[in-house]
Design a protein around this ligand. Sequence first.
Ligand code: KG4
Ligand code: ZN
Length: 334
Amino acid sequence: MILGLETSCDDTCAAVIDGPRILSNVVSSQAAFHEHYGGVVPEVASRHHLELVNAVVAAALQEAGAELSAVDQIAVTQGPGLIGALLVGLSTAKALAAAHRKPLVPVDHLHGHVAANYLEPDPLEPPFLCLIASGGHTLLAGVRDQSGFEVLGQTLDDAAGEAFDKGARLLGLGYPGGPAIQSAAEDGDPDAFDFPVAMSERGLDFSFSGLKTALVYRVRELASGEVDRRRADLAASFQTAITRQLVAKLRRAARDGEWPAIALGGGVAANAELRVRTQALCGELGLRLKLVPISLCTDNAAMIASAARFSEAIPYPEYLDFDAFATGQAVRAA
Ligand code: KG4
Ligand code: ZN
């Protein structure tokens, strides 16, 4: 059994898995606190993690019917993410592991998103292409085995989820922006406004800042009553521009025939239009589409524990001086 902890952003998460089977997956969301500010406030996130983490770990163990002593390893997100938030999870995991002389497995958050695909129901075997699109990251991963992934492309500026969040704020739709834009878009015409689909012809990297600027100008051009009247059309057109770019890059990466399957991860993978477009792409190219449940797309600790199954476990006491990292690839020690 592996106990996983994840505190890289604004969700306090703990989970217990046994092989690919999830025994518990507890997420305490702080979204309601951050909603007031229109985004995650790092200092506030760290303080909430501190308040919540022990209770969340206890709940995960209880739901799994497991004692800490029966856990084989403790997995924790080491980065990337908000440094203060990460340190709460890492310190907690170190303390729990050290108290029981258990091994610790430091996990890269993005490897966690990829590893959500190795959990039940229906675990996916590499090779596959994985698009991870969240509030903090937009990344195209080529996955050849469970121990890691190759970055094939990534965003050069904003993350896709960040684009949704900023777009929603501009349209007065609240936070988090993705679900708000998606539901506003339901009554809108995706062809009403012509937003740019950045670099759809070049490389595998993404860019969303031009799209955000285009929305700023479009909103400015419209009279304020007009923005209210056209909000659904603006949301639908904006959402379509984001999902078209994401799927254009998937199409480009999938074209060389190396990848028999496509998987989606990260909070934006919950987006219905993205799911439908990716499904259509897979149908057209004859690829398998793997969609994990939405609870495994957004940040959670089961995915961190899942990545730990395929990562190096560090024996006690070698991990005691490990540090968290805010950006970049996983590094083991401080
Ligand atoms: O993976 P996640 O929970 O946390 C991060 O690691 O960032 O992703 C959160 C992001 C937010 O930007 C949120 O607006 C976006 O995922 N999101 C969505 C949807 N649900 C959440 N974006 C588009 N459509 C959705 N239905
Ligand atoms: Zn994430």
